[in-house]
Design a protein around this ligand. Structure first.
Ligand SMILES: N[C@H](CCC[C@H](N)C(=O)O)C(=O)O
Length: 326
């Protein structure tokens, strides 16, 4: 089967984007899962943190589904939505669109470059909730905001929220960030456990200076990634709740893949978060995929480089230089 795809990334959180519209790929969710497992494997195939499937929508300009590299589907992916948003806007010849996601129809729009002339998009991260049942996190309480979870750690305090995928965040010191704490904790809650039956994205946050934070995330269904858009959005909201950052201000969120901006808005009791950052297209390819009993074999038939990564690497250099002072 011939499949056309685009390799893309948001803050070097990389994806394969496959547009199913006007194609008779006839994927079902088993095939989408198997494609993610096979094509995301960096040892044996193209390699990526996940696959973004673009599909027709009756309620928006397009539908977008995200499958992690372990084959599980997530309700939301912020870095991926910027890439999907750019793809749909450019396909429709518009600067803004609405994308149907699992839990909400979200606005995406072209944004002025976040750094030099890097293609930049702004996406809406929503719905946001602190109800533990929405992660789920099995504790005998409604919410967990700046509290300990003794079963996980005696030293860290956590905030749990869903945006709408599940996030467990904690503000840490440089030493704690550089220790094994995050790996031990993340592996515990992303293997069979009594707290997070569906797993959870685990983020360690460092406060840098007013208006700037650093976030490192161990992603459910992937492991460590260079950046996690929903985690950076959730982490920014947590630092606003702590009074460390202001609402309605674009906060610089640094990560191992570069930098994005997040602005938290509150209307009544409802939070939404704007996530602004690169939507970089690396290459377009046509692959020949064979679904065999032994698994999926994929061969790249054609590949066209977009040469946008050289542009993006300037932002990554800037971010590394900025972070070296902390
Ligand atoms: N691993 C996440 C989905 C991808 C989120 C991340 N890549 C982002 O940019 O938000 C989950 O299972 O909830």
């Amino acid at each position: 089967m011939l499949i056309d795809l685009i390799k893309c990334h948001g803050s070097n959180n990389d994806f394969l984007l496959i547009d199913e519209t006007d194609r008779n790929y006839k994927f079902d969710d088993f095939k989408r899962r198997d494609l993610a497992l096979a094509l995301c494997d960096r040892e044996s195939s193209l390699g990526a943190d996940g696959i973004l499937f673009i599909r027709p929508s009756r309620v928006a300009d397009a539908q977008y589904r995200i499958f992690n590299s372990d084959g599980t589907e997530a309700s939301m992916c912020g870095n991926g939505l910027r890439c999907a948003g750019r793809y749909v806007c450019e396909k429709l010849g518009v600067d803004e669109a609405v994308i149907e996601t699992m839990k909400a129809n979200l606005k995406v729009k072209k944004h002025e470059a976040i750094f030099s002339d890097i293609p930049t998009y702004q996406v809406e991260i929503s719905p946001v909730t602190f109800e533990l049942k929405d992660l789920p996190l099995k504790l005998d309480q409604e919410t967990l905001i700046q509290e300990k979870i003794p079963q996980l750690s005696e030293e860290l305090t956590f905030t749990a929220l869903a945006v709408p995928n599940p996030h467990l965040t904690t503000v840490v010191s440089k030493e704690q960030l550089e220790s094994d704490l995050q790996t031990e904790l993340s592996e515990k809650v992303n293997n069979p456990n009594d707290l997070f039956p569906d797993g959870v994205n685990v983020s360690f946050i460092r406060l840098l200076e007013k208006g700037s934070i650093f976030v490192k995330t161990y992603e459910r269904g992937v492991g460590y990634t260079n950046a996690c858009g929903t985690a950076m959005s959730a982490s920014t909201l947590v630092t606003c709740l702590m009074g460390e950052n202001e609402l309605d201000q674009p906060i610089n969120v640094y990560n191992n893949g570069g930098m994005v901006q997040c602005a938290v808005h509150k209307e009544g009791e409802t939070y939404t978060i704007d996530l602004i950052g690169n939507a970089t297209f690396v290459y377009a390819a046509q692959i020949d995929v064979n679904f065999t009993k032994e698994g999926i074999l994929a061969e790249i038939l054609e590949q066209e480089e977009f040469n946008e990564d050289t542009l993006y690497s300037r932002l990554q250099e800037h971010a590394k230089k900025y972070l070296s002072q902390f």
